[in-house]
Design a protein around this ligand. Structure first.
Ligand code: UDP
Length: 242
């Protein structure tokens, strides 16, 4: 049963935060200030009674495709990438707890000394109790991304929307940094995204959302207060739906 407050259009949400976003202005790793800013944003919406689950990426530490440069194979590299997301998840958990949020870290790879295993019913129960649930280790399988984990976990926990927090303020018709005529969409359909070959998420992640009628909002997570605005139904970023 979801939190039944009618105050907000979304009652249970899944936020995808990329590992790169956690880097801030650094070249690698976690920027403490950036981490704190994100934790504050999440803490605020959880305090308002919205059920929040977060999928964290790991690209600030390791990506599977880098594996070859280390002389290891792709599958091994993907597992390394998944472990990187656990490090980020632990950091986010600590930052949230420092602010007074109740949190649980659930991992797609069993690591019982540091986090709970991912069990869908348990995740839902944590959310119902007002805990911020952080999903780490992606789907626990190589050849996937944390975007795919965000889509699948959102479907599994019956989230109302996937929030893709990025450094840009939505989906554009072209790359706004290269094309001065690029326009930002406030609303766009899944079909139009396909047709125009726009880059929202990888195709597996995107198709999962489309096939399950799960809307996606792409928005600028670096603007303080934006997450709350999205959840209040304000027109922030781009809403993708059928
Ligand atoms: N990964 C994986 N399976 C998953 C999720 C992630 O193998 O279900 C690996 C993959 O190598 C990926 C890395 O973990 O490159 C880090 O995740 P991702 O690149 O999605 O992080 P982000 O881009 O969001 O920082």
């Amino acid at each position: 049963m979801k939190n039944n407050s009618d105050k907000y259009p979304y009652k249970r949400v899944l936020l995808k935060l990329s590992g790169e976003a956690l880097m801030g202005s650094q070249e690698f790793g976690i920027d403490a200030t950036q981490l704190e800013c994100y934790a504050e944003e999440i803490h605020r919406v959880a305090e308002a009674g919205i059920e929040v689950a977060v999928v964290v990426g790991g690209g600030n530490i390791f990506r599977g495709v880098q594996a070859a440069t280390f002389g290891v194979d792709r599958v091994q590299g993907d597992y390394m990438g998944m472990l990187a997301t656990v490090i980020n998840g632990m950091a986010l958990q600590s930052a949230l707890e420092k602010m007074g949020s109740y949190t649980r870290l659930l991992s797609g790879i069993q690591m019982e000394q540091v986090c709970e295993p991912y069990i869908r019913r348990r995740a839902v129960r944590h959310l119902e109790k007002g805990r911020v649930v952080i999903f780490a280790a992606g789907l626990g399988s190589p050849y996937f991304t944390t975007d795919s984990a965000a889509s699948l976990r959102a479907i599994e926990i019956d989230a109302d929307v996937v929030l893709k927090g990025t450094r840009v303020d939505g989906v554009y018709s072209a790359d706004p940094e290269k094309d001065p005529n690029a326009v930002r969409y406030s609303n766009i359909s899944f079909h139009e995204v396909y047709q125009q070959n726009l880059n929202v998420m990888d195709m597996t992640a995107f198709t999962l959302c489309r096939e399950n009628g799960l809307p996606i909002i792409v928005f600028d997570m670096n603007k303080p207060g934006n997450l709350m605005k999205v959840l209040c139904g304000e027109e922030v970023g781009t809403l993708i739906q059928e």
